[in-house]
Design a protein around this ligand. Structure first.
Ligand SMILES: *Cc1c(COP(=O)(O)O)cnc(C)c1O
Length: 452
């Protein structure tokens, strides 16, 4: 048997992040101010983000240095292992070679701290004292809490009320790292108060929580806002995943993967793995790059590519992306992290240019794959991650049928230790498959702003 874990030493930690912007087949369409319909400039973002992150957001430099202080923090859990899934391969009787990049080894248990620590670092350097953010199920909130604690920043998390009440464990994790966590909507912001006055018993939503966190940052001089996916600088920070994977594949004797797979919510873990490989693909290397989403929130497979708001409250600039409409409320499936109405503009552009393909799956086959993975490789995947596993399994079975020895690499974005109630639903046969009807999509799209 070949090696199972392919490890890099701390010395081999990437020194730079990879920025795909100069290598795109065409430049990104600019973000637009919804009032003036003009492209926004860096100064428009300055009240809520630190200057260094704004610079990274628009940078055309291919390589951006990772500061030493940040590399030392990454070393708490990086380089992360690339693991050959020997037991899964055997179970599937596939001639394919399957690898997963294990991002579940970070202290909060997902890829999200790769950007959380970078964002906390740059904010700290520019004198910011506190970060505000929103969280749904709590994965991003716990990653940012972990990061703020390391850099001595205060952190305020607006957690969607229904999750705050029904999913207490990530909330406790955030508080352990010293964050303030509020059930959103709160009485602390105007946007929260407005919602509560109309509907005191609202379960809350990610859109409302975003509005509260942004308002908090915009109305306090010492506070900035932080977002865990979608934005270009987040995707940049996540490139460390793919850069490490490239070195590890070389050690494993692999030339180039035939198939790269990741699950997509806002697109950051998928892009983190895939983007460093894209220049080779654009030069003509034969490589499939597959983004996986749920059929209940089929942004890339069914949404149009156009300008939309990033949030429900219409506070953000308009960005060009695949979208189901910012008023779209996804049904309550268990993969909280995959329920965003839009997708990173960088991922969207590459899907539109057919560099990346997209597939969607329903919940039950996804959980079936999660169980296969847990039984063969041992780790209980996050429900989000299990979408990628389902795709890996499908592709590995195709390899068996066609007798093809392909190299398949996926991003294992996180473990599911806080998602056991979802496993419980699946195991007791209570999980429902749901495909979003086309009619619902066309309804939500009616409210999109027209941009010429
Ligand atoms: C948040 C999350 C995702 C989805 O976010 P992306 O930005 O699309 O990566 C996927 N997997 C896990 C484990 C997550 O926590």
């Amino acid at each position: 048997m070949d090696d199972t874990k392919i490890l890099l030493s701390e010395k081999e930690l990437p020194q730079k992040w990879y920025n795909i912007q100069p290598d795109l087949p065409e430049p990104l369409a600019p973000p637009i101010n919804p009032q003036t319909k003009q492209p926004i400039g860096p100064q428009d973002l300055a009240p809520i983000f630190p200057m260094e992150l704004i610079k990274q957001e628009v940078s055309q430099e291919r390589w951006i240095e990772i500061p030493d202080e940040l590399k030392n923090v990454y070393k708490l859990w990086r380089p992360s292992p690339l693991v050959r899934a020997h037991r899964l391969e055997k179970f599937l009787k596939t001639p394919a070679r399957i690898y997963y990049k294990n991002e579940s080894v970070s202290p909060p248990g997902s890829h999200k701290p790769n950007t959380a620590v970078a964002q906390a670092y740059y904010n700290k350097k520019e004198g910011v004292k506190r970060l505000s953010t929103e969280t749904g199920a709590g994965q991003w909130g716990s990653a940012l809490s972990f990061a703020c604690n390391l850099f001595g920043l205060k952190c305020t998390v607006y957690m969607v009320k229904v999750s705050y009440e029904q999913k207490p464990y990530r909330k406790i994790m955030m508080k352990t790292w010293g964050s303030e966590v509020f059930a959103s909507p709160t009485n602390l912001t105007n946007s929260g108060k407005a919602v509560l006055s109309k509907d005191p018993d609202t379960p809350g939503s990610l859109g409302i929580a975003i509005s509260e966190a942004v308002e908090d940052a915009a109305t306090h001089d010492d506070t900035k806002y932080s977002l865990g996916s979608v934005l270009n600088h987040v995707v940049l920070h996540q490139s460390i995943v793919g850069l490490e994977t490239q070195k590890q594949l070389k050690i494993a004797g692999e030339k180039n993967p035939d198939i790269l797979i990741g699950c997509v919510g806002g697109g950051s873990n998928f892009a983190g793995l895939a983007f460093p490989f894209i220049p080779e693909k654009l030069k003509g290397k034969d490589m499939r790059i597959i983004a996986v989403e749920p059929t209940s929130c089929p942004t890339l497979t069914k949404g149009p590519f156009r300008y939309d708001f990033g949030d429900t409250a219409e506070l953000t600039p308009l960005v060009m992306m695949y979208t189901l409409g910012h008023s779209f409320v996804p049904p309550p499936i268990h993969s909280g992290g995959l329920r965003y109405h839009g997708c990173a503009p960088l991922v969207s552009l590459l899907v539109n240019k057919k560099v990346i393909e997209a597939v969607a799956y329903t919940q039950n086959p996804v959980f079936e794959s999660a169980i296969i993975f847990a039984k063969t490789e041992g780790i209980l995947p996050a429900p989000e991650t299990a979408h990628a596993i389902k795709c890996v399994i499908d592709e590995a079975i195709k390899c068996r049928e066609k007798k093809e020895e392909k190299c398949i690499v996926m991003n294992f974005s996180g473990h599911g230790h806080f998602d056991l109630s979802a496993y419980d639903s699946y195991l007791s046969g209570k999980l429902k498959d749901y495909e979003l009807p086309d009619k619902k999509i066309s309804e939500a799209l009616k409210e999109l702003p027209e941009i010429k």
